[in-house]
Design a binder for this molecule. Structure first.
Ligand code: ZN
Ligand code: ZN
Length: 254
């Protein structure tokens, strides 16, 4: 499985792109950074988009991907997420006010986007992968995902504060090869982290104990870049030896 980090930041600034992972060149996990990172031809290869939640930094480029794909594809891009997340996209982004409803364009019969609500219980198969999910601890409805093939698997936390079920999913998966976990704020801003549903390095350490898979590489994303130096120093002091702070652009083969 190929994993390409298109964006790993908790916000946007020159050189810092919002969270977005491209899997096997055709499944996009969150849509924070598509139009900056991929050529139109590479954008046209994306058949499926899977969203963790509907905060702007995770869905904003769905708007530009849809616009860019007018006339570029013959089949709609399937947009997968739990029903509450798709409802927020429908009501607040692609609502024919903020941006067009691309499930009706260029025509109702051949639209650019097609919504695919996840069932109440998984797993489901998306882009040839078995996908499972658990709700995380964030102010809006948010899930983290586990992706599996017959041989390998990886975990993606989504945005979250202290949580349980997603770590249980990863802990019980024998073929887990890596985990992408958010950490947004330095330890001195723990109050802000809790109130906004994010993690500090100290909170991350507690989650890693729950995941209990010390042999698995952990890739940190969603850092707020104004605190990046401080975050990096605090993350380096954690006992987990396989921790990498993502910068964007990394490609992993698992
Ligand atoms: Zn969020
Ligand atoms: Zn976010």
């Amino acid at each position: 499985m190929q994993l390409k980090v298109l964006g790993s930041s908790g916000s946007r600034a020159p050189g810092f792109h919002a969270s977005c992972l491209l899997i096997n060149q055709r499944l996009l996990l969150d849509a924070g950074t598509v139009s900056f990172a991929l050529s139109l031809e590479d954008q046209a290869r994306i058949d499926d988009v899977l969203l963790t939640h509907a905060h702007l930094d995770h869905m904003v480029d769905l708007a530009f991907l849809a616009d860019n794909m007018l006339g570029m594809r013959t089949q709609p891009i399937r947009v997968w997420a739990p029903e509450p997340v798709l409802n927020m996209v429908r009501e607040h982004l692609l609502n024919n006010e903020v941006w067009p409803d691309f499930t009706q364009l260029p025509s109702r019969e051949k639209p650019v986007l097609q919504y695919c609500p996840l069932p109440a219980f998984g797993p489901v198969e998306i882009a040839g992968l078995q996908v499972s999910w658990r709700q995380t601890n964030h102010p809006v409805y948010t899930v983290g995902y586990l992706f599996e093939t017959d041989e390998v698997a990886f975990l993606y936390s989504g945005d979250t504060c202290d949580t349980e079920e997603i770590w249980q999913l990863g802990r019980n998966c024998d073929k887990l090869r890596c985990a992408f976990i958010e950490t947004s704020f330095p330890n001195r801003l723990a109050d802000l982290a809790v109130r906004s549903g994010h993690m500090t390095p100290a909170m991350l350490e507690k989650q890693l104990a729950k995941l209990d898979r010390d042999e698995v590489p952990v890739y940190i994303f969603h850092m707020k870049q104004q605190y990046l130096d401080e975050l990096q120093r605090e993350l380096e002091q954690l006992p987990h030896s396989q921790l990498t702070v993502l910068g964007g652009g990394e490609i992993y083969e698992i």
